[in-house]
Design a protein around this ligand. Structure first.
Ligand code: COA
Ligand code: AMP
Length: 636
């Protein structure tokens, strides 16, 4: 079928107001907005001002009223514990009402913040939707973060309550969450009034009397309770999701209710090509934006069945798990990060496990979160025989900036490109002075303001930082902090970040944040952390440390302690395992560490001696160290 993309994009361009009002008509409002865009509110205007709605109502009640109550809302499939459970829309609504009742008894009301620190279990979605029902603002924290990262988020959001679980389960080990939560509350200057803990049979935990409450006991006590949806403004926050910024202090990306629903609802059919009732699987984690948008909100808003998968692409139990889940639950579309496919390919290069499963209902694989390398895409295309579609977005936007919209009819796929801007996004490439560059020329990728519905209106309690990080450098534009180019056909190519963010197994991490942790070691005089290429995870962090003079312990001991420190401060998700003690760090004459040059050396990319370098000999020492450690790739 010929793609309607051009037409739809042109329709949006010609009349954005009509385009977005049409999308807003697909959701329920207590009070309909009179206009889509209001230029007078917010940093760059706001969406659906005056509209009153509720996201939980649109995810659950609406579908139950429309006769979808018996359809599966959630299929929980946990190869790591062996558990499987199907929860209908009606059951999910009952659970969410019960939990919303319990939360409101604990004093949680509209505008209050609730931190959710949970593994991939259905109770996590119940907690998110119960907050949405009450108009409370949730902030989900990924389970792979350490106590101090959790503490930062509890403190910054001033959470009234925390919902957590006794444990998460990783291959080969149980991660006891409760001690991490207790430590986080200890570390945070702000103390939540209460916690609710889901006790899991794999590892139960002690509850502190008066503060900690048992989830299952609360659910039992509140079973059958009716709790109405609290009306909220379209512009009220639905959630805060902290993401890595350029410092150790994460950025609290705020998501609103109205714009978010309109955009996500539109995306399910137009971008992913699914119809209500079909099974959609985002193999990610609710701790990341992909999980928020495409495990929870978009599929439920659209009346789909969503898979909550507690496992890994490999090792739970093997590299055929994804195919098993697709076949068993009749998944129409899978969305994951390229790294998951690199992991599967490494274990099963011939894809021999695919043959064991009936994948006839499977229509497309979507990839995002990091650059999709053409090699992996081609491998997946060959073995799966379905379109493999790269698309590009960020925590900040909450949905696709550029993609290839399956529901509108696919455009030709160009490997290495996430294709074209979605309606709502006027994507441009400009040089550092803010001038447009020619097709094919690398530059800063920016989006002309206003950002479309669903994108962040601000950062939580940090309006100045929001302006500074995204709007100040190129007035009139949102800075994506990605660099790349647009080719002659209008296809985007995302090449690199312009800041210190790295992408490790699809997880967004700040090397600046890691440097802050490393410099906390008493024996470290100075340090630099860079992201180096990794065939499986895309990038992994590597640290260089200069040890204080006079330290008598071996370099090896200090290196090991630094690894341990980052794991304690940031968490295992940082995958920070490589540290090298060096005598000196390469710097410019003004004292700036030459991280980009170090990264190019490690990756074997061509590099030029920076004109401003203070002492070129130091780069030889770095090259030597990287070679000794077997890190330096052959020069390109
Ligand atoms: N709770 C506690 N610890 C966690 C965790 C969680 N929810 N998630 C990950 N970790 C730990 C892991 O156990 C691992 O610890 P280790 O150092 O003791 O081995 C560490 O954090 C790194 O985890 P991860 O990046 O997941 O690496 P991995 O080697 O365990 O698995 C992949 C590699 C590719 C299989 C895995 O990253 C994956 O499935 N990626 C899919 C992509 C994805 O989900 N992206 C999210 C955005 S779309
Ligand atoms: P996150 O906020 O975790 O979703 O990370 C967003 C960042 O991941 C983007 O700014 C990009 O640097 C990178 N990214 C996400 N999707 C893609 C993609 N399809 N291609 C290249 N980079 C991507």
């Amino acid at each position: 079928m010929a793609s309607a993309y051009g037409e739809v994009y042109a329709e949006w361009r010609a009349d954005p107001e009509k385009f977005w009002m049409d999308q807003a008509a697909a959701i329920d409002w207590f009070t309909k907005p009179e206009a889509a865009f209001d230029p007078s509110m917010g940093a760059y205007g706001s969406w659906f001002t005056g509209g009153i709605t509720n996201t939980c109502h649109n995810c659950l009640d609406r579908h139950v009223s429309a006769g979808r109550g018996e359809q599966a809302a959630i299929i929980y499939d946990s190869p790591i514990t062996g558990a499987k459970r199907t929860i209908s829309y009606a059951e999910m609504l009952a659970d969410v009402e019960a939990f919303a009742g319990a939360l409101s008894d604990k004093g949680v009301a509209k505008g209050d913040r609730v931190v959710i620190y949970m593994p991939m279990v259905p109770e996590a979605l119940v907690a998110m939707l119960a907050c949405a029902r009450l108009g409370a603002i949730h902030s989900v924290v990924f389970g792979g973060f350490a106590a101090s990262e959790l503490a930062t988020r509890i403190e910054d959001s001033q959470a009234k309550l925390v919902v957590s679980a006794s444990c998460g389960i990783e291959p080969g080990r149980i991660v006891a969450y409760k001690p991490l939560l207790d430590e986080a509350i200890e570390l945070s200057a702000h103390k939540p009034e209460a916690t609710v803990i889901v006790q899991r049979d794999e590892h139960r935990c002690e509850l502190i009397k008066g503060r900690d409450h048992d989830y299952h006991a609360l659910m039992q006590a509140n079973a059958g309770r009716k709790v109405a949806c609290t009306p909220v403004a379209a512009t009220d926050p639905l959630y805060i999701l902290y993401t890595s910024g350029t410092t150790g202090q994460p950025k609290g990306v705020v998501r609103d209710n109205g714009g978010h629903m309109a955009a996500l609802h539109w995306s399910m059919n137009a971008i992913y090509g699914v119809k209500p009732g079909e099974v959609f699987w985002a193999a990610s984690d609710i701790g990341w934006v992909v999980g928020h948008s495409y495990i929870v909100y978009a599929p439920l808003l659209h009346g789909n069945t969503t898979i909550v998968f507690e496992g890994k692409p490999v090792g739970t139990p093997d590299a055929g798990t994804f195919w098993r889940v697709i076949a068993e639950h009749d998944v129409a579309v899978l969305f994951t990060a390229p790294t998951a496919f690199r992991a599967i390919r490494k274990e099963d290069p011939q894809g021999s496990l695919i043959k064991d499963y009936d994948l006839s209902g499977f229509r497309a694989l979507f990839l995002a979160g990091e650059r999709a390398d053409p090699d992996t895409i081609q491998w997946a295309e060959r073995l799966l025989g379905v379109p493999v579609i790269d698309h590009w977005w960020q925590t900040e936007t909450g949905w696709t900036i550029a993609g290839n919209p399956m529901g509108l009819g696919l455009l030709p796929i160009k490997h290495g490109s996430p294709a074209v801007p979605m309606p709502g996004y006027d994507v441009q490439v400009i040089d550092d002075a803010g001038h447009p560059v020619d097709a094919g020329t690398l530059g800063n990728i920016v989006v002309k303001l206003p950002l479309p519905p669903g994108c962040l209106p601000t950062l939580w309690n940090a309006e100045a930082r929001f302006q500074d990080a995204y709007l100040a450098e190129f007035p009139g534009y949102y800075k994506t902090a990605d660099a790349g180019y647009i080719d002659e056909d209008g296809y985007l190519f995302i090449m690199a970040r312009t800041d210190d963010i790295i992408n490790v197994a699809g997880h967004r991490l700040s090397t600046g944040g890691m440097e802050e942790a490393v410099s906390g070691h008493p024996d470290v005089a100075e340090c630099a952390v860079i992201g180096i290429a990794d065939t499986m995870k895309g990038q992994i962090p590597a640290g260089f440390i200069v040890i204080n003079s006079g330290v008598e312990r071996s370099e090896e001991d200090v290196e090991k302690e630094v690894v341990k420190l980052v794991r304690e401060k940031i968490g295992p998700v940082a995958a920070f395992k490589t540290v090298m003690a060096v005598k000196r760090l390469p710097k410019t004459r003004s004292g700036k560490i030459l991280r980009a040059t170090m990264q190019k050396i490690a990756d074997g990319e061509g590099w030029k001696m920076p004109a401003t370098i203070d002492d070129p000999a130091i780069l030889d020492e770095i090259t030597e160290t990287l070679s000794q450690r077997g890190i330096k790739k052959p020069d390109a």
